[in-house]
Design a protein around this ligand. Structure first.
Ligand code: SFD
Ligand code: AMP
Length: 642
């Protein structure tokens, strides 16, 4: 593209993304960079104040361990996460986040985030690990601290509205990243001594339930499109848990979260006949090994019991908001004034829960005359998402911290720098790092802090600027901007831009990807069920799609971003299909069901299923890694305690 300016930025640490993990990384990196005379550069495709999953705000902080009150131990949290993930988790990574997360939450409070307090001045818990917040401005508060840290210390610079496409490599070391501005004709080359990937998870890989005028609405933000997975795969990093998608049960059609209803309001969910699947289908839990007996029941098994009801024709499933609110208010019924006050309070809490994090759910309630104190609302299992920070686990396989390793784990889980992927100089945090679920917004921030500190140490100990030759950069520029050229070249051959025999627009490309995934890889349409034959068919169709990705066309810069977002999604899709195919069992019913391998196989498959793309040969390698414990091996009775 002749009219594109090439901008080259040299830095020491490059932070990719501006979400929770990246903001945590910025705060910590600024401190350590200043001590060592280093530079830090943060790049976000959007504006950090309102980017990523927390753009709309949140109504709870889902990970707070409460170590200072002695409420829980780090091991308690590790047990909880391992159980929820049906035994598959990296204990060292989860423990590392758990021991640091409280300090992140205390920083949030210092920076001005309103956390609910009771009359004794203690945090108000939603559940054992979750704190209630007035979180509409959560992201703005966290972003302000990150920006202040980078800009006021003089060590940092921030690029907003720059879309990162992929990695720059110097042999086996990551050398930075390339991307483009979504506002100006500028191609960016970031050269760095270490790179920290924190570009979130992936949405819209599967066909969403929302369609027509609601299209684009999803639980996870549509702008997280698999860039972390693409970046790490293309750098040749080993990936883990690519099969562990997350399917959240959400208020139907606007995807309002359910946590506050189940945990704070203690609501029940019942089917069309008034039956409670968690009670009526309890016996089903016995089919899922020790995990069916832990408390809380793993998220995927909770999903599964509800799905069985729906498949039996007992839907819709309702969140019994009116019943839950009434039950709480009833405690005050002897005092009319207190009762009325409580009822009002509950009403405003119910609305605030959505106004703080999923505004469209409040809009849908208003538009359909729902008063939660009067009427139940439908809930449903959403389409699958890729998010290593919630109850899914997909991401890069990263080194744990040295001090948490045991003799058994140190050769498997540690290779020099905590949070570094298997590629030298390439670090990951938040949704970008795998097998460390349930870190959420707070744990992602804490993990970002730890990863940045580790990356700065890497730079101090490997203080050379990797090199990349100009020809490689030139070729990448050509490939990345090609969709603009393709459109210019062929736009005259049809009368309307969206139909043309020579190219495909990103929207149509996305529909094709979503249809493949939905029908063959266990999306909503196929009741989250798949089998070997369907997965092989998915791979065949994905190969055709990949071939056609070379013919994507973009009318403008925004479209160019859409092209690359969908290429990123396609790579996330392929890693997923390959890993679902590789794991010869069903371990997470309620996330996906392998109809040809319908049972849990503890003997052979209580292992991590990992994959690796070889950028040199274009081949994929599938491998297993052992699940090891850093705390003494949990006995059955400990498992039951959760
Ligand atoms: O209840 C590029 N989450 C919740 N966490 C909580 O702690 N409490 C809650 O109440 C939570 N709920 C919730 C949550 C998420 C959503 C969407 C809703 C409700 C509606 C989960 C957390 O939000 C999540 O765990 C963290 O945000 C994960 O952090 P991180 O840093 O991994 O991802 P991010 O914050 O989305 O940031 C991603 C960044 O990358 C940028 N980006 N930049 C450059 N180039 C590219 N190609 C890029 N692609 C992406 C993004 O712009 C962003 O800055 S509840 O439902 O569970
Ligand atoms: P959600 O709104 O579903 O994202 O949940 C918010 C938090 O509450 C997460 O930590 C969930 O794991 C947890 N959670 C949600 N529903 C339940 C439930 N029924 N039992 C136990 N934990 C839950």
């Amino acid at each position: 593209m002749a009219n594109f300016e090439k901008v080259t930025v040299e830095t020491d640490l490059l932070i990719l993304g501006g979400g929770m993990a990246a903001c945590g990384a910025a705060v910590e990196a600024a401190y350590w960079a200043k001590q060592n005379g280093l530079k830090v550069t943060l790049v976000d495709k959007a504006a950090v104040d309102r980017s990523g999953a927390v753009a709309m705000g949140l109504s709870a902080i889902n990970q707070y361990v409460g170590l200072r009150d002695g409420a829980n131990t780090v091991k308690d949290y590790v047990d909880y996460v391992r159980n929820d993930l049906m035994g598959i988790t990296r204990e060292d990574l989860v423990a590392d986040i758990a021991r640091h997360v409280d300090s992140t939450v205390h920083l949030y409070e210092k920076w001005g985030l309103p956390i609910w307090k009771d009359e004794k001045g203690q945090y108000v818990h939603e559940g054992r690990w979750q704190l209630m917040i007035n979180g509409e401005s959560y992201k703005v508060v966290v972003a302000e601290a990150a920006k202040n840290a980078l800009l006021q210390s003089g060590v940092g610079q921030i690029f907003e509205r720059v879309f990162i496409v992929g990695p720059l490599m110097d042999g086996d070391r990551c050398a930075g990243a390339v991307g483009f501005s979504v506002r100006e004709n500028k191609f960016y080359v970031f050269k760095a001594k270490a790179t920290l990937v924190a570009m979130g998870g992936a949405v819209h890989v599967f066909k969403p339930r929302s369609s027509g005028e609601g299209m684009g609405r999803a639980w996870y933000p549509p702008w997280n499109s698999g860039s972390s997975a693409y970046f790490t795969l293309k750098a040749g990093a080993e990936m883990t848990c690519q099969e562990v998608r997350f399917i959240p049960v959400r208020f139907k059609d606007a995807y309002g979260p359910v946590g506050a209803w189940f945990l704070l309001f203690k609501s029940r969910a019942t089917n069309a006949m008034g039956g409670e699947y968690m009670v009526e289908r309890k016996a089903e839990l016995d089919n899922w090994g020790p995990y069916g007996r832990v408390k809380p029941i793993p998220a995927n098994l909770r999903n599964y019991l509800g799905m069985l009801d729906v498949m039996d024709g007992k839907g819709p499933i309702f969140m019994r908001t009116e019943e839950a609110m009434q039950k709480i208010a009833d405690k005050y019924k002897d005092d009319e004034k207190a009762y009325k006050k409580k009822a009002k309070e509950l009403e405003s809490e119910a609305w605030e829960d959505f106004l703080d994090m999923t505004i469209s759910q409040a809009l849908l309630w208003a538009a359909t005359n729902v008063q939660p104190e009067v009427r139940s609302s439908e809930i449903a299992a959403a389409e699958p998402y890729f998010i290593g920070s919630h109850s899914g686990a997909s991401g890069a396989w990263v080194s744990g911290p040295e001090d948490l390793q045991t003799d058994e784990t140190k050769d498997e889980y540690f290779w020099g720098y905590a949070s570094m992927s298997t590629v030298k100089g390439l670090f990951c945090a938040g949704d970008a790092s795998g097998a460390s679920s349930h870190k959420f917004s707070s744990g992602s921030h804490a993990e970002g802090r730890a990863a940045a500190k580790s990356a700065i140490r890497f730079i101090v100990e490997n203080n050379t600027m990797p090199t990349v030759d100009d020809a490689t950069i030139c070729a990448l520029q050509g490939e990345i901007l090609k969709p603009l050229d393709t459109y210019e070249k062929f736009k005259g051959t049809s009368t309307t831009p969206d139909v043309n025999p020579n190219y495909i627009l990103p929207r149509m490309f996305m529909f094709r990807l979503q249809k493949i995934m939905d029908e063959y890889a266990g999306g909503v349409t196929s009741q989250f069920t798949t089998n070997e034959s369907q997965l092989n068919r998915a791979l065949e169709l994905l190969a055709f799609l990949k071939e056609d990705s070379g013919n994507l066309a973009a009318l403008n810069l925004h479209d160019l971003m859409r092209c690359w977002e969908n290429i990123h999604r396609m790579w996330q899709a392929e890693a997923h299909v390959r890993t679902v195919l590789f794991r010869q069992e069903t371990r997470w019913p309620g996330y996906y069901f392998r109809a040809d391998k319908p049972k849990l196989d503890e003997q052979n498959w209580r292992v991590f299923a990992n994959c690796k793309f070889n950028p040199g040969t274009g081949e994929w390698k599938m491998l297993t890694r052992p699940v090891l414990h850093i705390f003494p091996q949990a006995k059955e009775h400990e498992l039951l305690g959760g």
